[in-house]
Write a protein that binds this ligand. Structure first.
Ligand code: SME
Length: 175
């Protein structure tokens, strides 16, 4: 399965619309929900943000919650993507020794870092239920999604002063 450009382009527009009205964790949760609803091979979608040496789950959508709400950067497929600042595609989780199991049904995983220049702000983590569920088209599409998640991830990692938003808009006083 894959993400065809015919699907990817409108999806990026939808994500842009979500990000124009939401910020921070709300935005990360809503984008997770949208991605899972739009792409059936995305069976569990999460966004982790990086706090020091720990990845923390800041938004997700799936049938079940994961027990891995915090992952040290030294562990798991998620840790590797953050350490190496690279997208990691696992074709079959049963042959990936560092894989941290979340769900019995999971067979494949893709983790795409959210990079702000050289700094890792977090990552998109997606599980699939079939071996080789993800290919280079998923990696390319999710790379584009990741660039759009820089602002909301920054909101979570370095919270803006209260009232300010990542869009740069000043707080509004209503009289
Ligand atoms: N499998 C991941 C852990 C997160 S769960 O997939 C939600 C890993 O190996 O890092």
């Amino acid at each position: 399965m894959s993400v065809h450009p015919r699907q990817g382009t409108p999806a990026l527009l939808q994500i842009g619309a979500i990000l124009s009205r939401l910020s921070g964790k709300e935005a990360l949760s809503e984008v997770s929900r949208y991605l899972r609803a739009e792409f059936p091979h995305f069976r569990w979608v999460g966004v982790y943000t990086l706090h020091g040496e720990t990845l923390k789950l800041s938004g997700w959508d799936g049938d079940q919650p994961t027990e891995h709400v915090e992952i040290p950067i030294g562990r798991g497929v998620c840790g590797r993507a953050a350490r190496e600042k690279k997208t990691v595609v696992v074709e079959d989780v049963r042959s990936a020794p560092e894989y941290l199991a979340c769900f019995l049904e999971t067979r494949a995983e893709i983790v795409v870092p959210i990079l702000d220049g050289d700094r890792v702000l977090g990552e998109i983590d997606i599980d699939g239920n079939e071996v080789k569920a993800f290919d280079s088209s998923d990696a390319a599409f999710l790379g584009q999604v990741a660039t759009r998640l820089i602002a909301p991830a920054r909101d979570v990692v370095d919270p803006p002063p209260s009232g300010a938003t990542s869009s740069g808009a000043l707080p509004v006083v209503r009289l």
